[in-house]
Design a protein around this ligand. Structure first.
Ligand SMILES: Nc1nc2c(c(=O)[nH]1)N[C@H]1C(S)=C(S)[C@@H](COP(=O)(O)OP(=O)(O)OC[C@H]3O[C@@H](n4cnc5c(=O)[nH]c(N)nc54)[C@H](O)[C@@H]3O)O[C@H]1N2
Ligand SMILES: Nc1nc2c(c(=O)[nH]1)N[C@H]1C(S)=C(S)[C@@H](COP(=O)(O)OP(=O)(O)OC[C@H]3O[C@@H](n4cnc5c(=O)[nH]c(N)nc54)[C@H](O)[C@@H]3O)O[C@H]1N2
Ligand code: SF4
Ligand SMILES: [Mo]
Length: 740
């Protein structure tokens, strides 16, 4: 059954995305026969409220939703264009079957389902249940995320399910759990403007959490000071009181250096530490050597900046720490977060108004989808799959024997490695585009080629779907009802605006049917996502992320409810840890001493430059969705390599030249963009593009030992001026604006 890779250039010709524009003359607002549906953006974790304009079962535009408290009508360029996906000519309107050497052809639903179920059975009977893996996603609603976890454990009985939040939120989650016992941002965003100092570490707020910019500006208007840590002077850094251009991988230097100064100058809350924490003495020991001079060497910045940061943060009456993937996407991502959080706990400024901490959730449901049991080590309610009590409770909810629930499985990167090694033979993926988004793309592609059978549930033929044997035509967010949990921990209602186009189906119905055909109709007999939510409530009851007191109606009426919400009528919990009560059984916050160590691959003579990767405002993740929307493509048509003019001069590179960025794993050719806003020892490439422009050709497959997050934020490369790509297709596409 081993198969050859599909000819990608050929497929690109056949199935490359087309861009979708507003029709000539536009979609006029007739005001007639239109309804407005109050729902939320499908993209990032800000989950802005938006009203979709619907006419004839089509989303034809949007209106701001000004009374939704989080964004109060504000939206970013992606949110206002998201509806252009719905009627996109590339929408899959039938399951597709791959025909070797020819491409994809439509196949009837019944035949597609029969093939999927047949292959799942064959692979599991031949190689064992765990030989069939599942990769799921955090853009899915809570209902679908819950369904995926149950589908894996009950219908497939495979241990090997994980999700793309493994590339995203897990370092922050693991650190929060270790210190606080709970994995959630500690405060509602309304606390941010009340903070007198805000530390933002590794977050490009303006481009990636656009609405949060407004909260930071409000804080500045109220006299709050802003400290930014980033190797690049991002737009928000230009509003900062202190910008620390830390070297990638060097943040522990800054955090431990700040704490060293705070201890020395008495800027710690000794009473709070004594009453509400454990382990501070070990931390005092561990930061002794982090004098500003020593810390500065690790961070690659002048010692004065670290002292200045301590002087702002240390004595402040109120404060807020925000971090995102800049410190989390590291093989020491958990340690980075722990060192940052130590600053919060040592100051005692958490759990009260204007005092707190948040990791900025990335994906639309980055928060909720990491609670409902689709992680390899987790059961619903953020329960632990290796805890006998937790297993017993969930077995009861599912009506299965506890022993039938598999134990902990492989997380995303090891799961793909197991495919590469031939241990996993079959794969079902939904809402995950590993070809573009996993590190070391050549390895990922080689792995997918080895699968005996791969089924992908998608609405577009993504780069990963092109490796599938069967692609099942799924649904967009606006085509289904459900809930997500936003960056604050607020559970909100997504309302269906339209039905899926003829031939496509709601994701949950697809999963229901596969499970039923596998003989589990009794456990997957939902008639609506609301029914799934009702089961999720029970499954989450008594867990850390307790949704049991919520109903869809109450969520809708209240503009969202924050978990935990453990009883009917409970108002929800916007701010955690009030009164210094933390989530561990002892009720205390646990300090963990952290020492810096080098990243997996440091620059050397052969590969002397640091490559760091991330995002631009106009594209979303692997770009499957945003590379199909004309105005977003016009804004940022293809990836560029940000280089400091000093480094460029040394390398003989001028602005707009084509450059080759090479690592030990692979290379890309993109245009250079000379900017003074980046460290001269570092280059930055956004990762939203596939194939020969995929930043992940270069990145390293090193993962954090605790969270298993990949090290997207640092690897070693060399950069050289090169000719325009000679590959005819690549060249054509570059000229056409990098569309693929
Ligand atoms: N426009 C847009 N918005 C998005 C997304 C998107 O794809 N596009 N994706 C969403 C998702 S899923 C996520 S996870 C978030 C990500 O949101 P962010 O984490 O804010 O975005 P990134 O660009 O990945 O990285 C943030 C910053 O980290 C910096 N950085 C790199 N290395 C280091 C380091 O070692 N230390 C420090 N301190 N900083 C470092 C980079 O220069 C970059 O400016 O955005 C969400 N929002
Ligand atoms: N180099 C580098 N790589 C990175 C990062 C980085 O900063 N640098 N960031 C990482 C991060 S933080 C993240 S979150 C990952 C994201 O990793 P990906 O998994 O690639 O994220 P998406 O692009 O959202 O992929 C989701 C796919 O599912 C489809 N999809 C979206 N919503 C739905 C749905 O509701 N139903 C169905 N059936 N399909 C859906 C989309 O069309 C898309 O093809 O990338 C990671 N990769
Ligand atoms: S992408 Fe994020 S910030 Fe932009 S509109 Fe959507 S939810 Fe809001
Ligand atoms: Mo993410």
């Amino acid at each position: 059954m081993a198969k050859l890779p599909t000819d990608i250039p050929e497929l690109v010709k056949q199935f490359g995305p087309t861009m979708h524009s507003v029709p000539p003359g536009g979609w006029a607002h007739t005001g007639q026969d239109e309804t407005l549906v109050k729902t939320h953006c499908c993209f990032c974790g800000q989950q802005c409220g938006i009203q979709l304009r619907v006419r004839d079962n089509k989303v034809v535009g949007f209106e701001p939703w000004e009374s939704f408290p989080f964004n109060r009508g504000k939206l970013c360029p992606k949110g206002v264009k998201r509806y252009m996906q719905d009627e996109h000519p590339d929408r899959l309107k039938s399951p597709m079957q791959r025909i070797e050497g020819q491409g994809f052809a439509p196949i009837a639903w019944d035949a597609a389902m029969e093939r999927v179920v047949g292959e799942i059975r064959r692979i599991q009977e031949t190689y064992g249940n765990d030989a069939f893996g599942i990769l799921s996603g955090a853009s899915l609603t809570n209902e679908k995320a819950y369904l995926m976890g149950k589908f894996a454990r009950v219908a497939l009985r495979t241990a090997n399910i994980d999700y793309n939040g493994r590339l995203c939120m897990v370092s922050a989650g693991a650190a929060s759990k270790k210190v606080f016992g709970i994995d959630r941002s500690a405060n509602p965003w309304s606390d941010i403007p009340k903070a007198k100092v805000i530390l933002v570490a590794g977050a490009n707020i303006a481009e990636c959490a656009p609405i949060t910019t407004d909260y930071l500006w409000q804080a500045r208007d109220n006299g709050g000071k802003l400290i930014i840590l980033d190797p690049r002077m991002t737009p928000i850094a230009r509003n900062a009181d202190l910008f620390i251009p830390v070297r990638s991988g060097g943040d522990i230097g800054v955090f431990n250096g700040m704490l060293h100064v705070m201890i020395e100058r008495g800027w710690i809350d000794r009473d709070f530490i004594a009453q509400h924490t454990t382990g501070f003495n070990e931390v005092i020991e561990s930061v002794k050597k982090y004098t500003p001079e020593y810390a500065a060497k690790i961070a690659g910045v002048p010692a004065e900046l670290i002292v200045k940061a301590a002087e702002l943060w240390g004595p402040a009456p109120t404060s807020f720490l925000l971090h995102a993937r800049g410190i989390e996407h590291h093989s020491k991502g958990v340690d980075n977060c722990l060192a940052a959080i130590n600053l919060v706990v040592a100051s005692g400024r958490i759990g009260r108004e204007g005092c707190g901490y948040a990791m900025i959730t990335g994906q639309g449901n980055g928060q909720g989808a990491r609670e409902q049991g689709q992680k390899c080590d987790q059961l619903p309610g953020n329960r632990d799959i290796s805890n006998p009590e937790h297993r017993k409770y969930i077995a009861g909810v599912w009506g299965v024997a506890e022993e039938s629930i598999p134990q902990k499985g492989l997380s995303a990167v090891p799961l793909v490695e197991a495919i590469h090694e031939g241990k996993i033979k079959g794969l079902l993926s939904i809402c995950f585009n590993p070809v573009v988004s996993l590190p070391d793309s050549n390895f990922t592609r080689a792995a997918l080629e080895k699968l005996e059978f791969y089924v992908n549930i998608e609405f577009f033929l993504s780069e990963s779907a092109r490796y599938a044997d069967i692609v099942l035509a799924g649904s967009l967010m606006e085509e289904d009802d459900g809930t997500t949990t936003n960056v604050e921990g607020r559970v909100i209602r997504h309302r269906r605006a339209v039905t899926p186009p003829d031939g496509a189906r709601e994701d949950w119905k697809i999963l229901n049917e596969i499970a039923s055909r596998l003989g589990h109709a009794d456990k997957f007999n939902y008639n609506s996502p609301r029914e799934i939510f009702e089961e999720l409530r029970i499954a989450s009851k008594g867990g850390v992320s307790d949704y049991s007191g919520m109903t869809w109606d109450r969520i809708g009426e209240n503009n969202g409810l924050f978990w935990p919400c453990p009883e009917n009528g409970h108002p929800g919990t916007p701010r955690l840890y009030e009164g210094g009560k933390f989530g561990h059984p002892d009720g205390k916050a646990h300090f963990i001493p952290i020492d810096w160590h080098p990243s997996a691959e440091m620059p050397d003579e052969e590969y002397p430059i640091i490559l760091t990767t991330g995002r631009v405002v106009s594209h979303f993740l692997s770009g499957t969705q945003t590379r199909r929307i004309a105005s977003l493509m016009e804004q940022y048509p293809q990836p560029r390599c940000e280089i400091h003019p000093r480094l460029a001069e040394k390398l003989g590179i001028a602005d707009n030249d084509f450059v080759k960025v090479e690592s030990r794993r692979g290379q890309i050719v993109v245009r250079a963009q000379l900017v003074k806003t980046i460290r001269p020892d570092t280059v930055f490439v956004p990762y939203h593009w596939p194939l020969d422009r995929s930043a992940n050709n270069c990145t390293i497959r090193a993962i954090d030992p605790v969270s298993n997050i990949p090290e997207f934020k640092i690897c070693a490369v060399r950069v050289s001026k090169t000719e325009e790509p000679t590959d005819a297709i690549a060249k054509l596409e570059m000229e056409a604006g990098g569309i693929r």
